[in-house]
Ligand binder design. Structure first.
Ligand SMILES: *Cc1c(COP(=O)(O)O)cnc(C)c1O
Ligand SMILES: [Zn+2]
Length: 409
């Protein structure tokens, strides 16, 4: 669907579907408006099922139309039954949504796929972003495919894997001497002065809708059911809010019968403004200065933090935080039980999943989906000292038998 209208999430004021993102009256965020009643009259399940194996199968509930010649085909990642991890945690119906299977190996390809199509529609020539790493990577790749110029802004000190992987696509990379929140503020200022498509600033109402596809896909992969619980990593909070929205849109349009999903948010203790507010029963988010190995989640002033809080509380979920040590344990646990090597954000998800299991948040037969949103190869330096190290031997049978056999057991 091509959106025609935006609406303020706070006061309801309507705007034309332009590159606008903030309400002039109340500074609330703008959201795309859909005609759910009209959509409910269409055979959506079969429309989705016959669509491409990518985010674009859900085009009817997306704000822009697919542009085939620039499509990198993000999405349709595997939903893996996690039997061995589940046994470890006492959960019989645990699934991992492995969203590291994407063109640039993180969920950001979903949101950028939408944003690039929107940038084309609005006639932008430069596409840009404020990023904690994965977004820059995705913007650079999708811009290359679309033949757009890209300028990505990152805070100093990101993981090498993210910077090198981004550089491969040839964008302009601007490393800002400051943290993500300062980068983001700078980008908002630039977007006021220059006609650039900042995917997560002036295109945010379109971009963020891509997150819904992680709700749509899981419901479809569960044969059109909403899970009982989801565990979602939280940086700005957009992804969590949009997965929840996606599940409810499926209900509103008659695609799934009910949604009673408890929505849990996962943060790193070194950057946990939402988890702290949740624990202290506050409504307002107190900004923090991030200090964590989970750099992709290191946003100290999360734009959607208040909505995350509201959704977790309304659905009976929790927002928890885990330490850097627990993050590394989570990465190892997932790799060693399921063969999936995730980045630090995935370690946050698995750490919080484990904490929730230990505090009895799940019944043994609940259907639980944990979102693993990025690949481990981009955050090697955060974990390299904590992983199994090679043993070195001479190329002789004797050395092998002396040093290796008992290790294998
Ligand atoms: C960006 C990102 C998230 C979540 O981001 P939100 O800002 O909360 O939408 C989660 N995991 C990874 C790996 C990311 O890069
Ligand atoms: Zn408003």
């Amino acid at each position: 669907m091509a959106a025609t209208t935006l609406r303020c999430r706070e006061c309801g004021t309507l705007y034309p579907a332009d590159p606008l993102y903030v309400c002039e009256r109340c500074f609330g965020p703008l959201e795309v408006v859909y005609d759910y009643d009209a959509l409910a009259g269409q055979p959506l399940r079969s429309m989705f099922a016959s669509g491409p194996r990518s985010i674009w199968r859900y085009e009817a509930l997306l704000p822009v139309e697919r542009v085939p010649e620039i499509d990198l085909q993000p999405g349709w990642s595997p939903l893996v039954p996690a039997n061995r991890l589940g046994r470890e945690l006492g959960l019989r119906r645990l699934y991992i949504k492995n969203d590291s299977i994407n063109p640039t190996w993180s969920f950001k390809d979903r949101v950028v796929g939408i944003a690039v199509a929107a940038a084309r529609q609005f006639g932008f020539e430069v596409i840009a972003c404020a990023s904690t790493g994965n977004l820059a990577n995705a913007v650079a790749a999708h811009a290359a495919r679309a033949g757009l110029r890209a300028c990505v802004f990152i805070p100093k000190g990101l993981e090498r894997g993210k910077v090198v992987a981004t550089g491969a696509y040839g964008p302009t990379i601007v490393e800002v001497e400051g943290n993500y929140d300062e980068v983001n503020r700078l980008c908002a200022e630039i977007a006021e002065e220059h006609r650039w498509a900042f995917v997560n600033v002036n295109l945010r109402p379109y971009y963020s809708e891509g997150g819904k596809t992680l709700g749509f896909e899981v419901a479809e992969q569960l044969e059109w059911q909403a899970p009982d619980h989801i565990v979602v990593p939280v940086a700005s909070g957009s992804l969590l809010v949009k997965i929840h929205k996606g599940l409810h849109e499926l209900h509103q349009t008659g695609v799934i019968p009910t949604v009673e999903t408890r929505v849990h948010g996962a943060q790193a203790a070194g950057c946990a403004p939402v988890a702290s507010a949740f624990a202290e029963g506050r409504e307002d988010i107190h900004p923090v200065k991030p200090q964590t190995i989970a750099r992709s989640l290191a946003i100290g002033t999360p734009a959607d933090g208040r909505y995350v809080l509201r959704i977790a509380r309304e659905t009976g979920g929790h927002v928890l935080a885990v330490t850097d040590e627990e993050i590394v344990d989570g990465i190892r646990l997932l790799a060693q039980t399921e063969g999936i090597f995730t980045e630090t954000a995935g370690g946050v998800t698995i750490g919080v999943l484990r904490a929730l299991a230990e505090q009895g948040a799940f019944r043994p037969d609940d259907v639980i989906v944990a979102y693993v949103t990025g690949i481990g190869l981009k955050t090697l330096e955060a974990v390299e000292d904590h992983m199994t190290q090679p043993v070195t031997i001479k190329p002789t049978l004797r050395d092998f038998e002396r040093s290796v056999l008992e290790l294998v057991g």
